[in-house]
Design a protein around this ligand. Structure first.
Ligand SMILES: *[C@@H]1O[C@H](CO)[C@@H](O)[C@H](O)[C@H]1NC(C)=O
Ligand SMILES: *[C@@H]1O[C@H](CO)[C@@H](O)[C@H](O)[C@H]1NC(C)=O
Ligand SMILES: *[C@@H]1O[C@H](CO)[C@@H](O)[C@H](O)[C@H]1NC(C)=O
Ligand SMILES: *[C@@H]1O[C@H](CO)[C@@H](O)[C@H](O)[C@H]1NC(C)=O
Ligand SMILES: *[C@@H]1O[C@H](CO)[C@@H](O)[C@H](O)[C@H]1NC(C)=O
Ligand SMILES: *[C@@H]1O[C@H](CO)[C@@H](O)[C@H](O)[C@H]1NC(C)=O
Ligand SMILES: *[C@@H]1O[C@H](CO)[C@@H](O)[C@H](O)[C@H]1NC(C)=O
Ligand SMILES: *[C@@H]1O[C@H](CO)[C@@H](O)[C@H](O)[C@H]1NC(C)=O
Ligand SMILES: *[C@@H]1O[C@H](CO)[C@@H](O)[C@H](O)[C@H]1NC(C)=O
Ligand SMILES: *[C@@H]1O[C@H](CO)[C@@H](O)[C@H](O)[C@H]1NC(C)=O
Length: 743
């Protein structure tokens, strides 16, 4: 292969113009012998003319029937040449200093060698001047070169003291040499001889030799010369020393011959003596002194290139190790290390995936929730409501979000509950702007109740009357819609009449005023729209009292817009026992007169101070209505009147009110007065009660206050001079927390 290659190069060279060829370095002809005696002779060394660079000529000679390569015209046998290290190994003659028993004198045989003007220098790294003998002092000198001269002395006291492998002055002595030695001369000091101690052996030996391969043995004392056949290996550093050029100079000298011909080769300055050497670049192997001598080296042939468990891939000028998944090849350590980058990447990726999945999940959940909210919103007539809000500009109505209400009620805290009614729980809430509100939240969920909420909301959202509880807004996102009312702090008329000892303390005219206001509110409801809006559950518990004890009709849960055709009859009886219109019970048709009947019961409560149904009383006296009607029939009104009314109020007032109540309670709805008429009659009676000569009870002050118009100045007075003497907690007026909406 190499021969073929050389032929090719040679052929190419012949084709080159003469001018270019002259600048090129001499290239060995393909006929040149590349081996001798089993020793590889690489260029720049060569055997024969025109086969080597100057000074690198090797002669292949036959000695003892065997051909061997020699340097220096046959003086030194060439043992080895290393292109990579720029060294060669050759033999060196051992100098001897022996006692001749027959001539009784010392015979000296010193050797010297000059490498001056040759490419060779004695390697200071690999060689040591070695002296073997029992009374021997030998000198080494480089008189003409470095001027170096040194010596080594070896003595023996007792042969048995000599130790194998130890060359430290006892029978053996070694000394280092300086760098750059190109001349070698050995001489012996005649003061040290073996003449008188021939028992140790007759000779002393000295030689510059390769230290690594030398190991002293005590037997050398007698026969070092014969053991090594009179020769030992010595290492020479060689380099292209022509004109003592460095790499840089040689590379730039166009007329000179730069020896590093091969591509992918490197030049390095000689470390021992002048000149330079060539080496193939990393990943290439071959002869850098030849054209294309450096060829890619298949590193994968070396098992050690890649760590076990990995695959080796040879590349031009290098190689690659691929470790198994999850591991990365470390160039420094030549190991397959865990791929932290990959691991971190995978981990980060995985984490990112998890985070994104969670995010996605939450987003989907949120969307789902929003969808549910929207569905609820739609179900609860939100769309309808919004349309209405849009169509009626300026409607003071707000659609609350669930979050706002949760915040306002401190997440529906139990302490915020101000009432539990048939239709739901009522919470007190505080909005962000500190406005108190009442939030009605349904307890049960069924379609009918949902519808009720929607109805109430629709009705109330349209109504704006001072005697009707104002609906501030609603929340439709939740499963059960929630209604937000203005907060009415002072309880209900029910508590005012039936609360403990309340009736005694509230003047009749105050009750009358409240009844009048309630009647105004209901009248407004009935006349507000066509078809009329019916309350459906008129009772004292649904008449709330504000700061000024002004009546506010509430709880439109049972309200329906009066049906316009027969099919819209309410199929489920609504309302509260004791207040129910008997006609409604029979026909199941809720009319404005049903509200009138219920209001008649309220008037009875005002008159008698009794509850509509006494469940624990005697059977015939349970119903207040029938008691009253019976009393009226028998002209025994006094028997049912409240104690504080009896004899204290003017007869005209009492009988007037009783007559009105009786009219309201007529079994036939058509005979009952309208709410408007009731309001007017109550207004008339109220004026009568406030007539200057009307009998006033002890609480004149309260009466005038409660009866007077609601102004802010009076409001302050109410709070400072409470209508109810409130020395003890028992007598405090309505506890706002005990009042509720929608009983
Ligand atoms: C060596 O080269 C020289 C000049 O280049 C030439 O004259 C001589 O004949 C060559 N010798 C051999 C043996 O090729
Ligand atoms: C070494 O010794 C041999 C004879 O043993 C001799 O031929 C040769 O020239 C010697 N080498 C040198 C460098 O003197
Ligand atoms: C050349 O040197 C190498 C490495 O030192 C060694 O393996 C080889 O045997 C040597 N060859 C000879 C002919 O001495
Ligand atoms: C010893 O010396 C004699 C006389 O000079 C000589 O003939 C002989 O060869 C020498 N022996 C050796 C081993 O050199
Ligand atoms: C050399 O050493 C051995 C053992 O240590 C001893 O027997 C012998 O006498 C010694 N010889 C001399 C000359 O000292
Ligand atoms: C070697 O050294 C010796 C002693 O110094 C000297 O006599 C001899 O001439 C030297 N040989 C050479 C070749 O220089
Ligand atoms: C040992 O050295 C002597 C000279 O002192 C030489 O004549 C002889 O040939 C050498 N022996 C061997 C085995 O080389
Ligand atoms: C370049 O090389 C030529 C021929 O080898 C030599 O004569 C000359 O001195 C060199 N120039 C330098 C600067 O070394
Ligand atoms: C020459 O190159 C080889 C491989 O390219 C490398 O092992 C060697 O160390 C290099 N020699 C020097 C002196 O740098
Ligand atoms: C190489 O291995 C050593 C010890 O095993 C370790 O401390 C060092 O970090 C490794 N270097 C690299 C680059 O992996």
């Amino acid at each position: 292969m190499e021969v073929l290659f050389r032929q090719l190069v040679f052929g190419l060279l012949l084709l080159l113009p003469a001018s270019q060829r002259s600048t090129a370095v001499a290239v060995p002809s393909p006929q040149c012998q590349t081996q001798c005696g089993g020793v590889e002779i690489p260029f720049p060394f060569g055997i024969g003319a025109n086969c080597s660079l100057a000074g690198f000529s090797v002669s292949c000679l036959v000695r003892d029937g065997v051909s061997k390569p020699f340097l220096g015209g046959g003086k030194f046998e060439l043992l080895n040449i290393s292109l990579i290290h720029g060294t060669l190994r050759k033999t060196n003659n051992i100098s001897t200093y022996c006692y001749n028993t027959s001539s009784r004198s010392m015979d000296t045989r010193p050797w010297w060698f000059s490498a001056r003007n040759s490419p060779f220098r004695f390697s200071d790294i690999h060689n040591k001047f070695t002296v073997v003998g029992c009374n021997t002092l030998a000198y080494i000198s480089d008189d003409t070169g470095t001027g170096y001269q040194s010596g080594c002395v070896s003595t023996c006291r007792n042969l048995s003291d000599l130790a194998a492998g130890s060359c430290s002055g006892m029978g053996c002595c070694q000394t280092a040499i300086p760098r750059g030695m190109d001349f070698y001369n050995v001489s012996f000091n005649s003061g040290f001889d073996t003449s008188r101690i021939s028992s140790f052996g007759p000779c002393g030996y000295a030689v510059l030799m390769e230290a690594e391969t030398f190991s002293f043995s005590p037997s050398y004392i007698n026969q070092f010369n014969s053991t090594n056949n009179g020769r030992t290996p010595v290492i020479m550093d060689w380099a292209i020393r022509e004109n003592s050029m460095s790499c840089e100079v040689a590379r730039l000298n166009k007329t000179g011959t730069y020896a590093c011909l091969s591509r992918n080769s490197e030049c390095m300055d000689s470390t021992n003596g002048p000149g330079y050497r060539c080496n193939c670049s990393n990943g290439y192997q071959g002869n850098p002194y030849l054209f294309d001598g450096c060829q890619d080296y298949n590193e994968c042939k070396d098992r050690s290139s890649c760590p076990s468990g990995s695959t080796c891939h040879n590349t031009i000028g290098g190689y690659r190790c691929s470790c198994r998944a999850g591991r990365k090849f470390s160039q420094q350590n030549k190991t397959c290390d865990p791929d932290t980058g990959l691991i971190i990447g995978v981990t980060v990726g995985f984490l990112a995936l998890v985070i994104f999945s969670f995010l996605g999940y939450f987003i989907i959940q949120r969307r789902k929730l929003n969808k549910i909210k929207q569905e609820h919103f739609r179900q609860h007539g939100g769309v309808l409501l919004f349309e209405r809000i849009r169509s009626e500009n300026g409607l003071a109505f707000k659609v609350f979000t669930e979050a706002e209400l949760i915040q306002a009620t401190n997440n529906y805290d139990k302490t915020r509950i101000i009432g539990r009614g048939g239709h739901g729980t009522v919470y007190k809430g505080i909005l962000k702007n500190n406005t108190p509100i009442a939030i009605k939240r349904c307890a049960l969920i069924d379609e009918r109740q949902k519808k009720e909420f929607g109805q109430e909301m629709l009705i109330l959202s349209q109504i704006n009357h001072k005697n009707i509880v104002k609906l501030v807004g609603c929340c439709l996102e939740v499963e059960v819609p929630m209604l937000v009312y203005e907060f009415i702090p002072n309880g209900t008329l029910y508590e005012l009449i039936h609360g403990r000892n309340r009736a005694l303390q509230v003047s009749f005219s105050s009750l009358l005023r409240i009844a009048h206001e309630a009647a105004e509110g209901l009248s407004f409801l009935h006349s507000y729209a066509s078809p009329p809006i019916l309350h459906g559950d008129v009772k004292t518990a649904n008449i709330l009292l504000d700061d000024n004890y002004m009546a506010k009709v509430s709880d439109f849960g049972a309200s329906i817009l009066a049906p316009s055709d027969n099919e819209q009859y309410v199929t489920v009886v609504q309302g509260t026992c004791g207040y129910l219109d008997p006609e409604y019970m029979q026909t199941c048709k809720l009319t404005d007169k049903s509200d009138v009947y219920s209001f008649g019961v309220i008037l009875l409560e005002v008159l008698t101070g009794q509850v509509p149904l006494k469940l624990n009383g005697p059977e015939e006296q349970r119903s207040l209505t029938s008691n009253f009607l019976t009393a009226m029939k028998e002209n025994k009104l006094d028997a049912v009147l409240a104690r504080h009314i009896k004899g204290q109020e003017s007869t005209e007032l009492v009988t007037g009110l009783a007559a009105l109540a009786k009219q309201c309670l007529d079994m036939c709805g058509n005979n009952r007065p309208s709410m408007k008429e009731i309001a007017n009659e109550l207004g008339r009676l109220l004026k009568l009660s406030l007539h200057p000569w009307a009998q006033l009870d002890a609480e004149t002050e309260i009466e005038s206050l409660l009866g007077g118009p609601s102004t802010s100045s009076i409001e302050i007075e109410v709070t400072t001079t409470s209508p109810y003497p409130s020395q003890d907690g028992e007598n405090l007026p309505m506890n706002p927390m005990s009042s509720y909406y929608g009983r």
